[in-house]
Design a binder for this molecule. Structure first.
Ligand SMILES: Cc1cc2nc3c(=O)[nH]c(=O)nc-3n(C[C@H](O)[C@H](O)[C@H](O)COP(=O)(O)OP(=O)(O)OC[C@H]3O[C@@H](n4cnc5c(N)ncnc54)[C@H](O)[C@@H]3O)c2cc1C
Length: 410
């Protein structure tokens, strides 16, 4: 029986592997690390004495590929979030609190209600969102939407930074438009915030690995692929420190590594090559979980704060310019913001700063133009990963969809 070799057990690889295994394919999964999940995982932090995620990950109920993946691996009930599309915000400068509340249906009557929309905005301001329906590849978020005053500063800018992990002055508007089209445009039912009830691994990784074991997929951890043997127009072998595997004539390969690894393995492959970091600070503290379990922060160092079981977790996106800030300074700045927003004590509790340097590719027009499709010049090699040309930004939904696409081509 021919085999399918999936390289990389991040969400793109897990999506491809589970999708193929569900259709009865014989799959082997190779992962360089000793664990799965890639940039989306949980681990025990000895210093904090609890389990944390590498970073807060927010999804939306309109993420349909993610929903199908969670259904497939039997993990749909591991996700949680409010029963409606509610997004609470705190302005750390003025102390103002508000919650954006979309109605469930596709007719957006919520913009007509002052208490459901962003403070100091008018219903007609929201008509400007139509600009997102006609974006060109070179349109930038700030150029397209930056004139919208409070609607921009209090909603669109934080939304764009969260979705694109790139400063709006240089970020392309097209992937933001793709996110909005799959969520807000489809109404509140498609825009409900979703996140794991326990942790990223408990929702996205552990159930997928259990599913793969149940489907007799061979899981090889600590199996870094360092080179591909190529003959004419196909991959004929996989090589690495622990691996020397023949790829038989009818076998197929899905390469689901990050882009920099894919470019190393395939000569001449053009991929995004500029990245943005995300910093997450986990404090051993608690805040009121509010109506959604998290808050958007306006006017502070960080953009989002999540109330978790054992920690308060704060996200700073598009953070290349904060990478060199030392840990204590960063923690003190963020703790000062949390104190202002939530009345927390002066004494800073134990904390952990997680710096994901290459969290996503930079969503600039020039980088988007470098996204490859799923096919390669080698006829048995397919690409998956959040960096491939999904139209979506570098997200869980994009990664999972790319895995499905590769699987369906096979
Ligand atoms: C801190 C942070 C916060 C984020 N927040 C959000 C969010 O709120 N919402 C959202 O939707 N997305 C978010 N993302 C993005 C999301 O995590 C990624 O888009 C997604 O996890 C990428 O999955 P992937 O499978 O494409 O890549 P990866 O997760 O990078 O997986 C690639 C895998 O390949 C393995 N590998 C690498 N080289 C080799 C090799 N040579 N041989 C074998 N295996 C190899 C790696 O170890 C890894 O497991 C966030 C990311 C980070 C880092």
């Amino acid at each position: 029986m021919s085999r399918i070799h999936v390289i990389g057990a991040g969400l793109a690889g897990l999506s491809a592997a589970t999708s193929l295994a569900a259709r009865g394919a014989s799959v082997v999964l190779y992962e360089a690390a000793k664990w799965g999940g890639g940039r989306c995982r949980s681990y025990d932090d000895l210093q904090l004495g609890c389990r944390i995620d590498n970073g807060n990950h927010l999804l939306l109920s309109g993420n349909l590929s993610t929903k199908a993946y969670l259904d497939r691996i039997g993990a749909a009930d591991t996700m949680t979030g409010p029963p409606q599309a509610v997004f609470p915000f705190i302005d750390l400068v003025s102390g103002a609190y508000w919650a954006l509340r979309l109605n469930q249906g596709t007719l957006p009557w919520w913009v007509l209600r002052r208490n459901r929309r962003v403070p100091d905005t008018r219903a007609r301001d929201y008509l400007a969102l139509r600009r997102l329906q006609k974006v060109g590849p070179d349109d930038l978020v700030a150029d397209l939407l930056g004139d919208l005053g409070h609607l921009y500063e209090r909603l669109l800018e934080p939304l764009a930074i969260a979705a694109l992990n790139t400063k709006p002055a240089v970020a392309a508007a097209a992937p933001l438009a793709a996110v909005v089209a799959e969520s807000i445009v489809r109404g509140g039912a498609a825009s409900m915030p979703r996140y794991p009830a326990i942790g990223l691994s408990e929702s996205f990784v552990d159930p997928a690995l259990a599913f793969l074991r149940d489907h007799r997929v061979e899981l090889r951890f600590g199996a870094r692929i360092a080179g591909l043997t190529i003959s004419d127009d196909r991959v004929t072998g996989l090589v690495g420190p622990q691996i020397d595997e023949i790829v038989a004539p009818n076998d197929r390969v899905v390469l689901a590594t990050p882009p920099w690894v894919a470019a190393d393995l395939i000569t001449g492959l053009v991929v995004p090559d500029q990245f943005e970091s995300i910093l997450n600070l986990h404090f051993r503290a608690g805040i009121d979980s509010g109506p959604a379990g998290f808050y958007g922060l306006i006017g502070g160092v960080a953009e989002w704060v999540f109330e978790k079981t054992e920690v308060v977790s704060v996200t700073i996106s598009a953070a290349n310019d904060r990478l060199d800030t030392d840990t204590d300074t960063l923690a003190a700045e963020v703790w000062a913001d949390l104190r202002r927003g939530f009345g927390l004590p002066r004494t800073m509790p134990p904390y952990r700063v997680v710096r994901e340097k290459r969290a996503t590719f930079a969503a600039t027009p020039a980088q988007l133009a470098r996204r490859p499709g799923p096919r390669t010049r080698l006829n048995n090699l397919f690409l998956a990963g959040d960096y491939t040309a999904t139209t979506l930004p570098s997200t869980i939904e994009g990664a999972i969809r790319s895995g499905e696409t590769a699987a369906s081509l096979i």
